[in-house]
Design a protein around this ligand. Sequence first.
Ligand code: MN
Length: 706
Amino acid sequence: MSDITSITQRLKGHHPDADLERVQRAYAFAAQAHSGQVRSSGEPYIIHPIEVARILSDLGMDEDSIITALLHDTVEDTSVTLDDIRELFGEEVVCLVDGLTKVGQISFSSNEQKQVENFRKMILATAQDLRVLLVKLADRLHNMRTLNFLKEAKQRSIATETLQIYAPLAHRLGIHRIKQEMEDASFSFLEPEAYKRLSKSLALGSGKLLQNKSLLEQVLQGVLEKQGIDAKVQGRIKHLYSLFNKMKKKGLDNLDKMDDLVAFRIIVKDLPTCYLVLGVIHSIYSPVPGRFKDYIGLPKPNGYQSLHTSIHGLDKSRAEVQIRTESMHQYAEDGIAAHWAYKEKDRQSSEQEKFQWLKRMTDMLQEDCEPAELVKNMRIDLFIQEVYVFSRDGDIFVLPRKAMPLDFAYHVHTDVGHHCIGVRVNGREVDLSTHLRNGDQIEIITSPDQSPSRQWLKYACTSRARHAIRQWFRVQERQSCIHLGQEMLQQASGRKISLPNSILRRMNCDDMDGLMEKLGRSEISLDEIFVTTNQERPRWFNMLGFSKNLRIPSECCRPIPGDPVVGMFKSGVGIIIHHQSCEKVTNKESKQWLDVRWEGEESSFYAAKVQLRSRNKTGMLARTSLCIEACQVNIEDLTLDQTSGGGISTVNMLLHVRSCAHLDTVIEKLKEVDGVMSAKRQFNFDLPKINLTVSDNFKQIFFRNK
Ligand code: MN
């Protein structure tokens, strides 16, 4: 077929090593797959892939891109599978065709302008390989060329999508040929009246315009030749859509009032000559102030380079002039595609040039990027750090690449996150640990009874979601501290209490909740509350029903200050203090136990059990009593047991001491008494084998900062 031959010839021109036979095979395969199918125009379907391949061969794209163009609709529209393509054309082509099929499945349904940029980014992210994007642009361009065979509504929606999504992508990739044709075609379908008017008046005035154009072309060429500068001067009339936009911007309704319809390009051999030419032209025709731009020194984000100026040319009418080198020109026309066209021809391209190209790429996509292997494999996904997903209503959400369903849920709304009980991705229920992929449609299932769990932090990577989950727990924790504080106060006093503001202020609290939170967190003690209340309003203090120390050592284990202790409320009594190893502590549900600090009261004494073993010697008991008295310690109770046998007796005493340290000195003194064999503190439990275990909940509330 001659059609495909012209394409393979083009390909060979740019890529001498290309396997043309393989391209022929792809053509035959596609023709076979699409046989019998026709387009809306009535033409055989295969015409479309051939024309897409032609556009790409004109851009100088490589062999795999051409093959992908030929095959691009087979998986979607025929019985051909990706496996078939893999077997016949290899992994690279399969990836490209698959990428193209995926991009084809994204359809722009949201009409919101703010979503347009996200939608473009989603297409970039889905494409993964830049060549996928280029084939997609060529595909869309050919569809635009044949759009008149479709119904009007379809024409409008495709033209809108092209204008909003694909033409800007072509612009961003620097492919101006495609961008301009897409814009003009979209314009003709979206604003048919304006399009007709504009093209008609351009045609009417074209005689004069063309005359002007060629005249100025000759003049400029002559001037430069005189200066000994080797340059190519090309005039062109601007494309319709850009004229239309300019007129709209300036509020003009008539083409006659536009004075820069013609633009000139001057292409020279090297960079310094660009500035030389600029100087020559400005010396002959006066420049329009404020119109000079140096895109060589400061390239556009898409990599475009040129000098731009406007001059008052013939008859003082304005003309735009762009000055650039041959390679800048190639890039301006074909953008990214120029990379493939030059890749094999221009083998001496330096590392630095490659790096510049890479930098342009990354600037263009406005992403941070590690240079790495990008140039080698053209993978867009290596430098796109985001994932683009849809809500059920078709809105696009941008999330980090590792995002999971909860990230999405919290992104929609904090309440959606808090009440999430499940998630459907593309209609299928999935785990919370599932990583979201480009183009996924996500539906969060909620229930008013659901609340966050700490596990969720494992399934959320965005700071927004993680913060919301942590915040929820902070609020919950505060609530439980307040609740605990209320319970402590109520149990201690035997009634519900609301303290006056003056008392709250003295304790640096804004309200009762604040005070109860502090109490619950042990930042303030019940004692302090009662002492403060007493100082402020003694009557209140009496009402509270306490006049004594609120911490009462339990009689079962008889703790003394300095012992490791925990406390438990007894309504109307206070906090009963137990030794941490007390049987009662280990037998109780740990949640009820409070971590208390207990230093004891100054000038108070606490009872401790002490056991003495001694030989039955005359006056033993008297000597013991004297020793205890010498330590200024009262004996509350004393029992003597002489049944131990072997002339040994056991003495159990209840001594009043200030603290553990005080007791230790008493015991040391007792050991020195003549006849005493041992003296030790006595518990109703064995020390120290029991360890108090506390629940996580308890720790969170009481062991802050740990
Ligand atoms: Mn197609």
